[in-house]
Design a protein around this ligand. Structure first.
Ligand SMILES: NC(=O)c1ccc[n+]([C@@H]2O[C@H](COP(=O)([O-])OP(=O)(O)OC[C@H]3O[C@@H](n4cnc5c(N)ncnc54)[C@H](OP(=O)(O)O)[C@@H]3O)[C@@H](O)[C@H]2O)c1
Length: 256
C-alpha cells in the first residue's frame, strides 16, 4: 500500500483523535515522509505523550500552533512547516482541533458561544487559508490529476451533531455552541470544496464517530484506535466524487 500522502499536518495532536492520527500515520507500513503534529504547547506537560511518540518516529515533527485563531502563531507554524518541506508543498491538512460545549438555551452565555465558534468554525478556515499556498504548491507539484489526499486536501473533522438534516438528540443534548459551530464548519467545508476543486485541492468533512477521548468520554462506544483506523481508510479512498462530502469514519454519507 502506498503512503496516504507525502506530507500531513494534524492540528490538536497532543491528545485524543489527533494524537492517534499521528500515531497510526507514523506506524503505517508506508508512513508519510513528514508528519507535522501541531499543538498549543509542544514543550509543556500537555505535549508529553506527543513528545514521547515523536522520539520514536523521525517522521513526526512537533510544531507549535498556540491557538487555531491566533494568526501570528498560525503563520509561525506555516514557516516551520515550509522550512522542513523546502521546495515541496503540503499534501494533507487535517483540521482536527476542536472543543465541545454542553450549553443549553438557558445556560448559554455569549462569551462561550463566541469562543466555541472561534475554535470550531473560524480556526479551520483560518488555518486552511494560511496553508493554502503550500497546498497549492503540492497540488501543482505532484504531477497527478484528479483529487486525492495524496495530491492536496483539507479534511475538517466534524460531527454528526452538527448535521441540521439529522438534528440528532437535540432535546437530550442541546449543545447549542458545539452543534452550531460545527454546522458552520460544515458550510466552510462545502464552500472550500467548490472553490478549491479547480486548483486540485480536495475538501471533505469527516465525523469520527462517538469516540472515547476527553471530549467523547468513557461512555463512547468507539475506541480512538477504531475510529482513526476507519478515518485513515476513508481518507485513502477519497476522490473528486467525495470532495465536498460529509462522511463518517466508515465512509457512510451523512446529510448536512
Ligand atoms: N470524541 C468524539 O466523540 C468526537 C465526536 C465527533 C467529533 N469529534 C471531533 O473530533 C475532533 C477531536 O476531538 P477529540 O475527541 O480528540 O477531543 P479532545 O480529546 O478534547 O482533544 C481536542 C484537541 O483539540 C485541541 N484544541 C482545542 N481547542 C483548541 C484551540 N483553540 N487551538 C488549538 N488546539 C485546540 C486540544 O488541545 P489542548 O490539549 O491544548 O486543549 C486537543 O489537542 C474535534 O474537532 C471534535 O469536535 C469528536
Amino acid at each position: 500500500m502506498s503512503a496516504l500522502a507525502r506530507s500531513v499536518l494534524v492540528t490538536g495532536s497532543n491528545r485524543g483523535i489527533g494524537l492517534e492520527l499521528v500515531r497510526q500515520l507514523a506506524a503505517s507500513p508506508q508512513p508519510p515522509q513528514h508528519i507535522f503534529a501541531t499543538c498549543r504547547d509542544p514543550e509543556g506537560p500537555r505535549g508529553k505523550a506527543l513528545r514521547e511518540l515523536a522520539a520514536q518516529h523521525p517522521s513526526i515533527k512537533l510544531v507549535q500552533l498556540a491557538d487555531t485563531v491566533n494568526l501570528p502563531s498560525i503563520r509561525g507554524a506555516v514557516q516551520a512547516v515550509e522550512s522542513h518541506l523546502k521546495d515541496q508543498g503540503l499534501n494533507l491538512l487535517i483540521n482536527n482541533a476542536g472543543v465541545s460545549s454542553h450549553a443549553t438555551l438557558r445556560s448559554l452565555d455569549l462569551q462561550e458561544m463566541l469562543s466555541i465558534f472561534a475554535t470550531n468554525a473560524v480556526g479551520p478556515i483560518q488555518v486552511a487559508k494560511e496553508f493554502l499556498p503550500l497546498l497549492n504548491k503540492a497540488a501543482k507539484g505532484m504531477g497527478k490529476e484528479g483529487l486525492s489526499c495524496s495530491r492536496a486536501a483539507v479534511i475538517n473533522v466534524s460531527t454528526k451533531l452538527g448535521s441540521i438534516g439529522l438534528c440528532l438528540g437535540v432535546l437530550e443534548a442541546p449543545m447549542y455552541p458545539y452543534r452550531a459551530s460545527k454546522a458552520a464548519q460544515n458550510m466552510v467545508t462545502r464552500c472550500m470544496a467548490a472553490e478549491l476543486r479547480d486548483q486540485g485541492i480536495l475538501c471533505t468533512a469527516i465525523h469520527p464517530g462517538w469516540v472515547k477521548t476527553d471530549m467523547g468520554t468513557e461512555k463512547a462506544p468507539l475506541t480512538v484506535e477504531q475510529s482513526v483506523r476507519g478515518i485513515l481508510s476513508v481518507l485513502a479512498g477519497l476522490s473528486q466524487e467525495t470532495s465536498g462530502a460529509f462522511l463518517d469514519w466508515e465512509g457512510n454519507s451523512l446529510p448536512w
